[in-house]
Design a protein around this ligand. Structure first.
Ligand SMILES: *Cc1c(COP(=O)(O)O)cnc(C)c1O
Length: 441
């Protein structure tokens, strides 16, 4: 047994891997990674894989990024952690102030991962209505095919059958509104007209049920786990108007789309204005630390904050996580924001995105619904292979590329640091992997 084989076997014996039927690893080997550099991951044999999914959508500026790494090292010499109840520290204050300026939402509540941010936003919204004397507003709505995380509360607003159905008896009832996913538009109907038609359905539901509705939670512009479903920003504007009219909170889940991913710092900005013009709550995680450390935050309004500010303890938001506001994670987040301030990230991404889109358009492959929002590029592959996603993933690995298609959707969500040679590798290896996995085998 080579060293690798030994590591793989020990991993299978001791590590229960996420989002995996472990038995499938009898056929599909794990990939043992020993280091990362820029857009690349290297396995223990030194083979490189271009990380086209940014390590599950978290990495922004590449692996082994010097600015973020140095910030964490400097913080490590000062303070690794202190609890945030009753205590505070520089990095968490500075980060909260910066995020407040960038989003227009001035009160930051921290968690450690995306799902806990969703939980925090749902609990806060529910508790807000209780605190202001509207205890009947207890229900949540989300979009069809939405994804907001997999803890029980988050799962109740997630609409992905494979993650949800087994746990149905455990989770809250919530209603799903028609998704403005432009793939579902009628022939000849514009993306915008379709989004407006879906917003009408939302309005009809809200008009009937608002007395019991606490919040509408939504992934702005791109529903990631739905297969990079993209929609017109007018939907966000209309959703805001509807939520205003019927007194419903709007929770923007920017966990995947925040931090430049869709072409603006936050996706809500594409509906015009700041995040606070669309959302009562915004959930941020994933890219917030550039992909370095787990951190999440929910930012909300003065109005929400004031509803909890009271002499009575129980009117406060008593939720907590042990690593809330971890200083190392906050220092990585501050370095991430510094990179946005000191380099023309969004401008450079625009050029990269144009090249990626042009490359897909030039493919001689049976593709449909070619689409792009900023640094997310996606398309459907017309194939009769029911195992296309798995086969394409495996073929891509052979060709030095980490690609994780969702059903027949192939998408690129790479780190922002791709150079010309890397774009070329991405485009060529993706084409080869698709060709090798189109037929059943
Ligand atoms: C990943 C994701 C989550 C959950 O975040 P975790 O850190 O995996 O718990 C929630 N919402 C969206 C939109 C996501 O992409």
């Amino acid at each position: 047994m080579s060293g690798n084989q030994d590591l793989l076997q020990r991993s299978l014996n001791s590590v229960w891997h996420p989002c995996t039927q472990m038995k499938h690893h009898e056929r599909y080997p794990l990939v043992p990674i020993s280091r990362g550099e820029g857009a690349w991951l290297f396995d223990t044999d030194g083979k490189g894989y271009l990380d086209a999914v940014s390590s599950w959508w978290v990495n922004l500026f590449g692996h082994n990024q010097p600015v973020i790494k140095d910030a964490i090292k400097a913080q490590l010499d000062q303070l690794e952690h202190v609890m945030l109840a009753g205590f505070t520290h520089g990095p968490v204050v500075e980060l909260s102030e910066k995020l407040s300026l960038l989003t227009g939402l001035g009160h930051a509540f921290y968690g450690s991962d995306g799902a806990s941010a969703t939980e925090i936003a749902l609990k806060m919204s529910f508790h807000y209505w209780r605190n202001i004397g509207q205890p009947k507003k207890t229900k949540f709505i989300s979009l069809q095919n939405s994804y907001h995380g997999e803890t029980l509360g988050a799962l109740s607003v997630t609409d992905v059958a494979i993650f949800k159905d087994t746990y149905a008896p455990l989770i809250l009832q919530s209603a799903q509104m028609p998704s403005p996913d432009s793939r579902l538009a009628e022939a000849g109907e514009s993306e915008e007209a379709f989004a407006l038609r879906c917003a009408e359905a939302l309005e009809i539901y809200a008009a009937e049920h608002h007395a019991e509705l606490a919040a509408f939670i939504i992934e702005p512009l791109v529903q990631g786990a739905a297969g990079m479903a993209m929609y017109h920003p007018v939907y966000l504007r209309r959703a805001r108007e509807i939520c205003d009219r019927y007194n419903i909170h709007l929770i923007a889940d920017e966990i995947a789309v925040g931090f430049g991913r869709t072409g603006t710092l936050f996706a809500c900005e594409q509906a015009g204005g700041k995040v606070s013009d669309i959302a009562d709550f915004v959930c941020l995680s994933k890219g917030i630390t550039g992909g370095y450390l787990p951190l999440s935050v929910v930012l909300t309004t003065d109005d929400v904050y004031q509803a909890f500010y009271h002499d009575q303890t129980a009117k406060g938001f008593l939720h907590s996580h042990s690593y809330t506001g971890n200083p190392l994670a906050c220092s990585a987040a501050l370095a991430t924001l510094k990179l946005f301030e000191t380099t023309n990230v969004l401008g450079n991404n625009q050029k990269t995105a144009q090249q990626l889109l042009a490359a897909v358009q030039a493919y001689d492959l049976p593709l449909g619904h070619i689409r792009q929002r900023g640094m997310i590029t996606a398309f459907e592959v017309e194939t009769s292979n029911p195992q296309f996603a798995q086969h394409c993933y495996t073929a891509a690995l052979r060709h030095g590329l980490l690609l994780r298609p969702i059903a027949n959707t192939v998408y690129w969500m790479p780190p922002y640091c791709l150079n010309a040679a890397e774009i070329d590798h991405l485009v060529q290896s993706t084409q080869t992997a698709i060709l090798e996995s189109m037929a059943c085998s």
